[in-house]
Design a protein around this ligand. Sequence first.
Ligand code: ATP
Ligand code: MG
Length: 471
Amino acid sequence: MDPVRIEEAKRNAIQANCPQELFRLAELFTRLGVSLYAVGGLVRNSLLGLRITDIDICSAAPPDRVIELCRRNGLSVVPKGIDFGMVEIHAGEHHFEHTTFRSDSYAEGGAHRPSSVRFSPSLEEDSFRRDFSVNALYFDILSGEVFDPTGGLADLEAGLIRTTSRDPDAVLSDDGLRIMRLVRFASELGFGIENASLDSAKRLAGNLRAISAERIRDELLKILLSDVKYGERDAGKVFRGLDLLDRIGALDVILPELTLGRGILQKPQYHRYDVLGHCLHTAGEAEPTVPSRLAGLLHDVGKPVVRQRNGNMHGHDTEGAELAREILHRLRIDNKTVDSVVFAVRHHMYDLNNTAKDATLRRTFVRWGYERTLSVAALRTADVHGSGVITGRVATAERWKRVLAQMKEENVPFFERELACTGRDIIRWLDIPPGPAVADIKRRMLMHCAVRPQDNTPERLERLARDIAAS
Ligand code: ATP
Ligand code: MG
């Protein structure tokens, strides 16, 4: 297999992303009589002028020889998956993922793990077991030559994700996870998906059922944050990724509760999109953190169910919170994130019409807590932007943020421990035994100070405690 010609500037760009340790490692590999190659993100992103996130390398050397060579030369290695030829090599501050050239066989059904792996001396054979042509570009670290057995350079130029094989079904049916990866790379890189690959993904979306929830979760979260992987916040980019998942049919498999909203139209004065489209747009509009994007995605997930049950959408926030909890547990999202998302979904309809008085807002915000109030306000903003119709409702969120900022400035206590007295003080002042009455008084003090923070002094709280006890 011959190397391809590339411009000097491009070669330099790839070389510039190879740390010194990698050149030294490549020298070592010559002792095994093989060349060492960079592959995957390093080559692809260097050519696109994007930052690199990890360093994948490969060669014809079998894993045991790689391990022995590295250890003999003072490099520590972590066997990551010996059966699959994967070894992590630590050199200075860097670590490199080395995979021996191989060809994989898969059982039917699309499970991610190959049923058998055969190591191979051939770079070309290795390229065909990879997923997409733009990920299967090889850079010989010492000679600076580039190998492109699957047409990745042309696809990079055209901005297309295409499977390594001319028969996309063969690639996508082997490992269902590749369908998620297809969308993820298209979304992160802002690339199109080549037609045959897209059609194949549509045919094979059902294979995602064979993929573990953890792997689906990881790819879904990457799609939700695909705008900020290489650039600035971009709601349209995230929407596009999620919409691709929908058009392929992947969303029906991984988030069927959400796709029930497909085709459900809403009041045009508030909404341009159907319920599903609105959820996907809101996810994109949300702040670029996992909890915010998930909250945007799931905030209206209760609508289809309550609409079917009651003929209207009332109560979709409560229903949605329950559904969101179920979905997030199923996707193995960590508990802290689940709690934060469920809270935002549960309260995203609060004071929709902006009629609550300042005092009411202040007490609610203390009950919710500072961070959670911010997250509900942020979801409200994303919700309005994601509706495609900017209404006065965005002003509600602005008012919330103003009130919250003012509370912060006035040192409003958000926790009982921020009150200027303890339970013991209350017991002493009122000469009462410890118990629920004390807790109740503290709670009422906190609500009082939400509106009158100037009363958060020991003297005034003592007077307040006596007033509460007398009332
Ligand atoms: P990133 O910048 O996101 O790390 P990458 O292209 O390096 O992008 P990786 O997931 O690190 O992506 O994959 C590294 C290499 O392994 C790529 O060449 C890719 O084609 C291959 N690869 C990874 N996962 C799969 C898979 N499920 N099926 C086939 N090839 C895969
Ligand atoms: Mg990588």
